[in-house]
Ligand binder design. Structure first.
Ligand code: ADP
Length: 360
């Protein structure tokens, strides 16, 4: 019976995705529950079946059942390691989940109302199913704790009730993994690295000497680049007008779920579908994506005082040469610099961080 597997858990609004890593931190199995909140789908490795998944607790119980059927007893796991989107001001490094840390994650709910409640539900469900199993958390925001105040603060009044309104940045686990991955690909870590995580969510990060000094996402994962369904950079005045016009809930839905590539193209949020489309609107959405990535890259380059290399990761960054070239084309004014492609490694990075905590 394995006793050194780490189960990485990424709990979202309607899905729980897990990846199991062995004691060499090799991924051995993926189990995913999607359509949580009703009749959903359980995917165990390559096999899928429908399942009744009324809530996160039921989905986790089904995942644990599936693991047992594969010979992995939950009581024999070394740890459950959670991806947590927001760690706020205080949670700036991976940690073991104690009652205090659980509370601190709960305290960050106002900062990430669409994410942290689902992580907490998963943490609580694991605690109920396997009370003795150590649980760890890795935060999407943590890698950006090194961003200096000048890049972090909005020009808001210095008031106690506004201190948590600042630029946090996200995709930190992916950027941390990228910094680690380049030397493993025999690439000396460039001093001034423009890192581009381009997936359904997309951001850029200015990485100076291995540390984040600026990133395009801010208070929430809504800002910065044009994304699959998120609007990216938008004037706060326009948001105020939308709230007056549509109300808060509809504005939230519009900006998070109906904008970006989907909103511009009217066809799809999926880059591959847009690349395969002959519609002028699909072309415009792709051009908008590349233009704004290139334009905001200029801001990241200024934050680092120049550029030594670019690295792409995420579903689009890894797989779409036309998009990479579209963005690099916008940076041709920078002269010559190398560009690398790195597979996104968020899950293994979370497993690695949990393993380090357990070994400490
Ligand atoms: P998430 O941010 O949800 O983790 P991914 O990192 O998997 O998403 O990225 C999903 C995006 O990657 C989608 O827009 C998808 O179309 C795009 N993508 C994946 N493969 C390709 C490809 N071969 N060419 C272009 N885009 C691709």
């Amino acid at each position: 019976m394995p006793d050194s597997h780490i189960l990485v858990i990424n709990a979202g609004s309607s899905s729980i995705k897990t990846a199991l890593f062995d004691d060499h931190l090799t991924e051995v199995l993926r189990v995913e529950a999607t359509g949580v909140g009703g009749t959903g789908t359980m995917k165990i490795g390559a096999t899928a079946r429908t399942a009744d998944l009324p809530d996160n607790a039921a989905a986790l119980a089904a995942i644990f059942d599936a693991l047992s059927q594969q010979g992995i007893a939950v009581t024999s796991l070394r740890a459950a390691a959670h991806r947590v989107v927001h760690g706020g001001i205080t949670l700036t490094a991976p940690c073991r989940i104690t009652p205090e840390i659980r509370q601190a994650i709960a305290d960050c709910i106002p900062l990430a109302p669409l994410h942290n409640p689902h992580h907490l539900a998963a943490i609580d469900a694991v605690a109920a199913l396997a009370p003795d199993l150590p649980q760890c958390a890795s935060f999407d925001t943590a890698f950006h704790a090194t961003i200096p105040d000048i890049a972090r603060r909005y020009a808001l009044p210095d008031r106690a009730d506004l201190t948590d309104l600042q630029r946090y940045g996200f995709h930190g686990t992916s950027y941390a993994a990228l910094v680690r991955a380049l030397p493993q690909q025999s690439i000396t870590l460039p001093k001034r690295l423009l890192a581009c995580h381009l997936g359904n969510g997309a951001s850029l990060c200015a990485i100076l000497d291995g540390q984040s000094v600026a990133t395009t996402m801010g208070y929430s994962p809504l800002s910065g680049l044009t994304m699959g369904t998120r609007v990216g950079e938008i004037d706060a005045g326009a948001v105020l007008r939308l709230v007056r016009q549509l109300g808060l809930d509809e504005t939230e839905t519009l900006l998070h779920h109906q904008s970006g590539l989907l909103g511009l193209s009217g066809i799809s949020s999926d880059m591959r579908s847009l690349e395969n489309s002959t519609s002028p609107n699909a072309r415009f959405a792709i051009d908008h994506f590349c233009y704004w990535a290139g334009r905001q890259a200029g801001s990241m380059i200024a934050a680092m005082g120049g550029l030594d290399a670019v690295a792409f990761t995420g579903g689009i960054g890894e797989n779409s040469e036309p998009i990479r070239n579209g963005i690099l084309d916008k940076l041709s004014w920078m002269g010559n610099f190398p560009s690398y492609t790195v597979a996104a490694q968020e899950e293994i990075q979370i497993a690695r961080e949990a393993s380090a905590l357990l070994n400490a």
